[in-house]
Design a protein around this ligand. Structure first.
Ligand code: FAD
Length: 484
């Protein structure tokens, strides 16, 4: 497989945006916009454009908890429909993007018989709702076994734990791959192009004023349908914004498990084995109403203190460590009067009074189903039942292709003079394009990835490489020499 993107891709996409009339124009290159572009292009015979004001996945989609999950806290809120749909999507994503979405075992520390009964019952329902067999079922774990698995874990009053499975995703890269498949199938996708305003002409065509923030030029594009996937940036109406922050610490836990800890308040805090080389722990998240602008999102001192205090309670050794990084992003939630933690994650996809399709709310986990629903609203009747995204491997990354690459890792290691662990890391980031990245190795793997990101992933700014193509910018890791 060769990369879908080269150094001309962005220029050609902008040229097309200037000159062509699109069937559909998508605003926003987060997971919802990217997933919708992929869906539309797989249906065939459509001319689709997508624009993103910064780099693809620079919004919420690249700065979340990186989980593809049914959502235990939604189960607790008895939101069975959302949990069932999310578990279905978890099974789909494990199959169509096995390099980027992987089963993740969790330990949930439990205190006392009553809690153990309650949570094990909940996890039994979780298993039943899944029914795909894609991940192992939950089981009870004795205190003795927990101590062996996680000697540093000291959840207050812990009498044992439950082990269950969800999935971890490299979320910014999954957005990129959706964009790249859409490009490969003929979409015009451009980053660093912002939609400034739009009008509808007498013929019913949308005329959208765009600004290329690299060249500074303004131009117009035309489309028969508009899909607004601007998430936290949406206007008229603007969504309710809830900020969620994470801190990244040096790796705290011992086993491959993530820890899911329910606080007394009902909020769930995750400690996730994280980082490209697995040597970090991602801790989050908070839920705070965000009063500022969507472009101005940072962790507050209160949030940092809150997360560090919990970390010190659950992993006392962490009290002596400093976070290596933090990141924050915004949940665009449907308007609700519930508290920030309980506000609904349900999505709402609708045609507004102007005729624009709006994609609002939802979870990253359910993006594929949301994209399908949005695409159904704009395609001609004969394409309305063409639903291929759940059965088509993303960019050819079938489970067999990934397994074959992992089996080949020792041979690739010898051929390219790169450690086998690095080959395996690359397979989990680039899938079938692993050797296309390895072909650039001269000094180090990360230097090769930097070249690959600029030539084949439309990375323009250093942060596009550090926060989207890779997560190195959030790991406190030494940077490739070209950037450091
Ligand atoms: C802290 C946190 C943790 C989360 N963790 C999880 C999780 O573990 N699992 C899960 O399933 N869900 C999770 N979610 C929810 C999930 O991440 C979001 O629902 C999802 O990423 C929203 O995607 P989006 O495409 O709608 O928005 P975004 O990713 O924010 O994309 C919108 C894009 O539109 C662009 N844009 C805006 N205005 C314009 C314009 N005028 N012109 C061009 N482009 C524009 C923006 O730059 C942005 O890139 C989490 C959310 C948060 C906040």
């Amino acid at each position: 497989m060769t990369p879908a993107v080269n150094l001309d891709t962005r220029r050609l996409a902008i040229e097309r945006l200037r000159t062509e009339t699109f069937d559909v124009l998508i605003l926003g290159g987060g997971i919802n916009g990217a997933g919708t572009a992929r869906d539309l292009m797989l249906r065939g015979r459509l001319n689709v454009g997508l624009i993103e004001q910064n780099h693809f996945s620079s919004g919420t989609s690249g700065k979340n908890s990186h989980l593809i999950h049914g959502g235990l806290r939604y189960l607790k809120q008895l939101d069975f429909r959302l949990v069932r749909e999310a578990l279905h999507e978890r099974a789909v994503l494990l199959k169509i993007a096995p390099h980027l979405v992987e089963p993740q075992p969790f330990l949930m520390p439990l205190a006392g018989f009553a809690k153990s009964l309650y949570y094990n019952l909940g996890l039994t329902i979780y298993d039943l709702f899944d029914g795909s067999g894609a991940v192992p079922r939950h089981r009870r774990v004795s205190l003795e076994e927990v101590r062996k698995l996680e000697p540093g874990l000291a959840a207050p009053g812990m009498t044992g734990a439950a082990e269950f499975y969800d999935a971890q995703v490299r979320s910014a890269r999954l957005v990129l791959e959706n964009i790249f498949e859409a490009l490969r199938n003929g979409a015009a996708c451009a980053n660093y192009v912002r939609a400034e305003s739009h009008t509808r002409d007498e013929a019913g065509l949308w005329r959208v004023q765009l600004r290329d923030s690299i060249s500074g030029e303004r131009f117009e594009t035309r489309a028969r349908a508009l899909i607004d996937c601007t998430g936290p940036w949406a206007r008229d109406p603007a969504p309710r914004l809830v900020r969620g922050s994470h801190i990244v610490m040096p790796r705290l836990n011992h086993s491959g498990h993530a820890i899911a800890y329910f606080e007394e308040s009902g909020r769930i805090i995750f400690f996730i084995p994280w980082g490209e080389r697995g040597d970090r722990t991602l801790i989050g998240t908070t839920d705070v109403d965000h009063d500022g602008a969507a472009d101005d999102v940072h962790i507050s001192e209160d949030e940092t203190r809150y997360l560090r205090n919990i970390a010190a309670r659950i992993f006392p050794a962490s009290a002596k460590l400093e976070p290596v990084a933090t990141f924050s992003s915004l949940r665009p939630l449907l308007e609700s009067h519930a508290s920030a933690t309980k506000a609904t994650r349900e999505h709402h996809i609708y045609r507004d009074s102007q005729g624009i399709i709006r994609v609002t709310g939802g979870k990253y986990t359910t993006y594929r189903a949301m994209a399908e629903e949005a695409a159904d609203l704009v395609v001609p009747p004969e394409l309305r039942d063409v639903h291929l995204t759940a059965t088509t491997a993303l960019n050819g990354n079938t489970p067999d292709a990934i397994q074959a690459l992992l089996t080949e890792a020792p041979a690739l290691s010898a051929r390219y003079g790169v450690a086998e662990t690095e080959i395996i890391m690359l397979v989990h980031q680039y899938g079938v394009l692993t050797t296309a990245v390895l072909d650039y190795v001269e000094t180090s793997v990360d230097a090769a990835r930097l070249i690959f990101a600029t030539r084949h992933e439309m990375a323009i700014e250093p942060k596009d490489f550090l926060e989207v193509s890779t997560s190195l910018g959030y790991e406190g890791a030494p940077l490739p020499r070209a950037i450091a």
